[in-house]
Design a protein around this ligand. Structure first.
Ligand SMILES: C[S@@+](CC[C@H](N)C(=O)[O-])C[C@H]1O[C@@H](n2cnc3c(N)ncnc32)[C@H](O)[C@@H]1O
Length: 211
């Protein structure tokens, strides 16, 4: 049976930063396709990351309105981190819809210009949303510790050396989490269930330390 996810930006107002969020699992499920939601438990089969940096930065280009997948990955693989920075970039302004999703599932946030702060379980998330074309911004991007990609394969296939440029911007020991590509890059690949990607190409890899 086909399933639709309804996205409607409700222009929600910030209710403030609080640790005491109660996630509404029914609402949360409404933002996932059933098979994707069912597959989330597979993240428990992946060993947590060793990332020796107090506040890592995760870069997610072509994020669209997807806030929930990176949060589930971080919660499962970096749950010991007290704080994390998310840098999201998309050609469309999706921050309003991301705020709506958080509000609807019971996550309260504070907001300032193009950024929001909230708690996801015990981790404080600082999310900065940048409207922009990743291909034109790629050279001026700051370095990041985690690269996250989902459903962006068609767009970035058009851009030569995209993966190489992303790896350049990743700190040594940084992590690539992608549902496609990066097979030819010099990464220490962790075995993960391929079914976590709708292309069946899920990859999680660590950039080797420079010698
Ligand atoms: C298929 S959607 C995937 C959205 C999200 N990653 C997900 O899994 O739901 C692709 C997204 O990439 C964005 N996009 C396309 N070209 C882009 C570019 N050059 N730079 C940044 N974002 C781009 C689109 O606006 C859209 O939100």
């Amino acid at each position: 049976m086909s399933q639709f996810i309804v996205y409607q930006d409700k222009n929600v107002k910030a209710k403030g930063l609080t640790k005491n969020n109660i996630i509404n699992e029914t609402k949360l499920k409404d933002y996932f396709y059933e098979s994707d939601y069912d597959n989330l438990h597979l993240l428990e089969t992946i060993p947590p990351f060793e990332l020796n940096v107090p506040v890592p930065t995760l870069f997610y280009p072509g994020c669209g309105v997807d806030i929930l997948f990176p949060l589930h990955y971080i919660n499962s693989l970096l749950s010991h981190k007290k704080e994390i920075n998310f840098l999201f970039m998309d050609t469309e302004n999706c921050l309003g819809m991301i705020k709506t999703i958080l509000d609807e599932i019971g996550i309260s946030f504070s907001a300032k210009k193009n950024a929001i702060d909230f708690y996801w379980n015990n981790t404080k998330v600082h999310l900065a949303f940048q409207i922009g074309n990743v291909f034109t911004h790629i050279d001026s991007l700051p370095l990041f510790h985690i690269y996250f990609e989902r459903a962006f394969r068609i767009m970035r296939d058009e851009f030569p050396l995209y993966e190489e440029k992303i790896i350049e911007k990743l700190y040594s020991n940084g992590i690539v989490i992608s549902d496609s590509g990066f097979q030819a890059q010099n990464l220490t690949v962790i075995e993960v269930p391929k079914i976590l990607s709708s292309y069946h190409e899920m990859i999680i890899g660590i950039k080797a330390l420079k010698r």
